[in-house]
Design a protein around this ligand. Sequence first.
Ligand code: PLP
Length: 399
Amino acid sequence: MTDLDGWRARVDRRIMRSLGMPLAKLERGLGARVWDDEGNEYLDFLAGIAVNSLGHAHPVFVDAVTTQAARLAHVSNYFMTEPALELAERITRLAGAGDEGRAWFGNSGAEANEAAFKLARLNNSGGARTRVLALVDAFHGRTMGSLALTGKPHMREAFEPLPGGVEHIDATIEALEASVDDGVAALFVEPIQGEAGVVELPDGFLVAARALTHKHGALLVVDEIQTGAGRTGDWFAFQHAGITPDAITVAKGIGGGFPIGGLVTFGHASSLYTKGQHGSTFGGNPLATAVANAVLGEIERAGLVENAALRGRQIRARVEELDSPLVAGARGRGLLIGIGLTEPVAGALVDEAIRAGLIVNAANDSTIRIAPPLIIDDADVDEFAERFTRALDAVAARM
Ligand code: PLP
């Protein structure tokens, strides 16, 4: 039995079966690299699925965690701390939420979407608005409310009945026109469907969604949990479309590895929640919010939003140049990239990539998703191309 087999046997014995077997036993990281317990090095082009914005063990992250932990880690919702208020000011500014912008903080993406779902219920016009729209194939999380918004039947079925009123529509302008009316409380969209395989919305979709929801008094809620914090080459992906939503949800990359999620509201959506209607014990605590401030501050200071746009263009160009019959092309924006495959071999490719010292993810059978840290440079892009080619060649050789 190898060390990894022994590790997997322990996992198999004690960890809930909702999780699969670990690909490796990772022990430490630095920058865009991680190492397992045997000292093998991996180029981390997944970053905890779009989480480690600054890579691993970044001095800004480490300093923020240690300094704030030594000062004040947690209080309660009876107090407001400087890091939490500063994060609300920062994130409403980055989102362009203007004078009316407000923020609420929780601990995860699913929790952020729960807060947004409750916001939708508050936009009910005295009970006249009962419908909530989300998109087919959407992923919004695993809690009951966020699962109700998730448009993937295989994830939902075992847990029904889910909170009611949610309808899943196709991501087309025609479907929007046919569905948005005065009975709709909110429309939820991911600007790029990450879990579905890095699938972009059709041209003009967000503009049409904004116009229709505005006309009918429905909230437009943009789930920026995977796309936010600079990953797509703008602070938030909705900004590429030049629209202003009513709310966005954030998590993942804003904490750079520290758990945090949040709801940011714009305009009249900022006045829907009233005292006592929502809360979370840990949400917005000074430790999590201090870390998020430091992470977002470093993304801003170091020009990492621009770097994400540049490196994304480089990687997509390199993928298009790959001389492999398995690669169909690249899609996505900035550093959220889907590599389409000509055969359903994404799982095998992930395993071969691990052998080649590269961490990527199979978003579905025929899509590899990459979401590297925003700090990557020329050498990392070269190394990715080299290791990914080795993995592709290994899979092709077995076919
Ligand atoms: N929304 C989107 C778009 C996501 O990608 C995810 C996670 O992958 C979630 C929501 C759920 O976030 P969390 O896993 O932090 O609950």
